[in-house]
Design a protein around this ligand. Structure first.
Ligand code: ATP
Ligand code: MG
Length: 137
């Protein structure tokens, strides 16, 4: 089965949406493989979003991502990476369908409450970044 890295961002944690989000992934039928709360450093945030380092919003994005604790998770299941992305909705919540996490729970791109890996390479990279091998058995 496929594994994906999902993180509730600082705004989602602060707004008390962790339980709601976990319930959706459990109800879908994915298996929770690992979970921890961690307050990312600016350095970890920059590494996590390294692909976006040339974007004008990169500094604001990494400041925000390191502004409070996140809830980092690994979820496993058939098609978990693409399926998880569909559950998240689009990057801009304005375009996210009702029924998706962003469509239901947030309104602006800069505070879109949840992160999900966008492909097999990023999933592997992100899982290894946030979890030790012994934590993702
Ligand atoms: P994430 O990687 O956080 O799951 P995503 O894959 O939907 O989101 P990315 O293109 O990877 O979108 O962008 C990462 C994050 O950067 C977005 O979730 C959003 O918070 C922020 N972001 C993306 N585009 C913009 C933009 N044009 N202006 C401001 N912030 C942006
Ligand atoms: Mg992304």
């Amino acid at each position: 089965y496929e594994r994906t890295f999902i993180a509730v961002k600082p705004d989602g944690v602060q707004r008390g949406l962790v339980g709601n989000i976990i319930a959706r992934f459990e109800a879908k039928g994915y298996k929770l493989v690992a979970l921890k709360m961690v307050w990312p450093t600016k350095e970890m945030a920059s590494k996590h979003y390294a692909d976006l380092s040339s974007k004008p919003f990169f500094n604001g994005l990494t400041d925000f991502f390191s502004s409070g604790p996140i809830v980092a998770m690994v979820w496993e299941g058939d098609n978990a990476i693409l399926g998880g992305r569909k559950m998240l909705g689009t990057t801009n919540p304005r375009d996210s369908e009702p029924g998706s996490i962003r469509g239901d729970l947030c309104v602006i791109t800069g505070r879109n409450i949840i992160h999900g890996s966008d492909g097999p390479d990023s999933a592997e990279h992100e899982i290894n970044m946030w979890f030790k091998p012994s934590e993702v058995n």
